[in-house]
Design a protein around this ligand. Sequence first.
Ligand code: SF4
Length: 246
Amino acid sequence: MDRLVIDCRVCAQEMQSHIHALERLASPGKTNHSPYIPIRCVPREKITKQDKLLLAFDALALLTVSGQAPLFGKIIHGSEQATAKVDLAGWMEMAKTVVGKIVAQQASQTPPQLVLNKHCAECEFKARCRQIAIEKDELSLLSRMTEEERKQQHNKGIFSVTQLSYTFRARRKPKRLASKPDKYSHALRALALREGKIHIAGRPGLNMHRNPVYLNQTTQHWHTGSVCKCAVPAYSSRQVYESHVD
Ligand code: SF4
């Protein structure tokens, strides 16, 4: 236990990292590597790319302070507190690139491009960013659109949900594909938002494999207590969308 430093801050130039723990290796090996390795604890069972990048950032802060890079780091994760050893060389290069971009952005006079993303739900600026995105009619309001798809639209000169909505063309499906579900269409969703209408992709139907459930139109009571799989509207109105954009 005396080889551990718990919950420490490493500050170097414009960089600061809150490191969960540092472990001093019993035999550090090559002298040009740091005798300390960073440790991160994450509650999730599965380690993500972001976890490894954060660990690499810890290592980068250590390198900046001591001039010695840790060879590897550890992530303790999940309910079993499993330990994963992470080779840091490649990840530190990625972390350096990210830090470089942040430094360049800080030096720039223009604000970064606003792109809503999956982290917004936890961010303190989410209400502000969402409002700006709505005012700009930003493509990232379409939460299912990937970064790659957004870039493809930008390359075509499409930058807003409204512009995208005009690209939707209803096409007749070939008979051989009739049984296949319709492909998800960002353009159709954009059209639904622009028109404030509900569009249903494909032919709506009820899946009646299990005991059916009936709605008595007169009494408005449901009969039998089984699962009823209804056709859910694939695209909701703008108001509904905006209220669920998180
Ligand atoms: S709310 Fe704004 S600042 Fe926060 S993650 Fe989303 S886009 Fe970035």
